[in-house]
Write a protein that binds this ligand. Structure first.
Ligand code: TTP
Length: 188
């Protein structure tokens, strides 16, 4: 197994990769998360590639660089991280009592003897949320938990009490589909 670099500032991604037993370093970059894609799987795949590439540009030794991006899709809309409390409130009002999809895209850039091999994939998890009252939404936002998370909630945190059902990889919702990633890394 080669050196691994996680190109992400997300504490959840770091925890999941460590939990899987990998040794790695974290190097982050300031990537403008802008894409002209409109399909959710294409968006997360492209943004994960941009994040991995921004870090790969600084690396020459044999390494595997991992970039990831997570978004929420609901009724034809794409939800990233909320800009402010009002946006968080609006997102949660849309998600409560409904089914939505969480997409995480992952890009691996394998640098070997100066050559680069890029692998990108995405995973989708369907999530059904119980209805939330306006008071519950306000109280949840007051915890501060939604602000750095796609769709303004964290399934691994206080929002767990509103999750009725999921179909797909739980860790994909948290931000890194670690089982699929392991399958991909196995061959590296
Ligand atoms: C839906 C959901 C998202 N999230 C998080 C995962 C991601 O960290 C975040 C989406 O933002 P991202 O832009 O995917 O990632 P990030 O900005 O946290 O980190 P980086 O770009 O450096 O890799 O939302 C949860 O933690 N729990 C959830 O239930």
């Amino acid at each position: 197994m080669k050196n691994i670099i996680l190109a992400s500032a997300s504490p959840r991604r770091k925890e999941l990769l460590a939990q899987a037993g990998y040794q790695f370093t974290v190097i982050t970059s300031d990537t403008d998360e802008i894409t002209d894609k409109s399909m959710p799987d294409e968006i997360v795949e492209e943004l994960s590639a941009m994040k991995a590439e921004a870090v790969a540009a600084q690396i020459e030794e044999d390494t595997v660089i991992i970039g990831a991006d997570t978004i929420v899709a609901v009724s034809g809309r794409i939800l990233g991280k909320p800009q402010d409390v009002t946006a968080a409130e609006e997102m949660l009002k849309t998600l409560q009592g409904n089914t939505h999809q969480v997409y995480t895209g992952v890009t691996l850039i394998e640098i070997q003897s100066g050559t680069r091999k890029v692998t990108t994939f995405s995973e989708r998890t369907d999530v059904i949320m119980y209805p939330m009252t306006d008071e519950e939404i306000k109280a949840y936002i007051a915890t501060g938990e939604p602000m750095d998370k796609a769709g303004a909630y964290g399934i691994q945190g206080r929002a767990a009490i509103y999750i009725k059902k999921i179909d797909g990889d739980y860790n994909n919702v948290v931000g890194l589909p670690i089982a699929r990633l392991y399958q991909e890394l196995k061959s590296k």
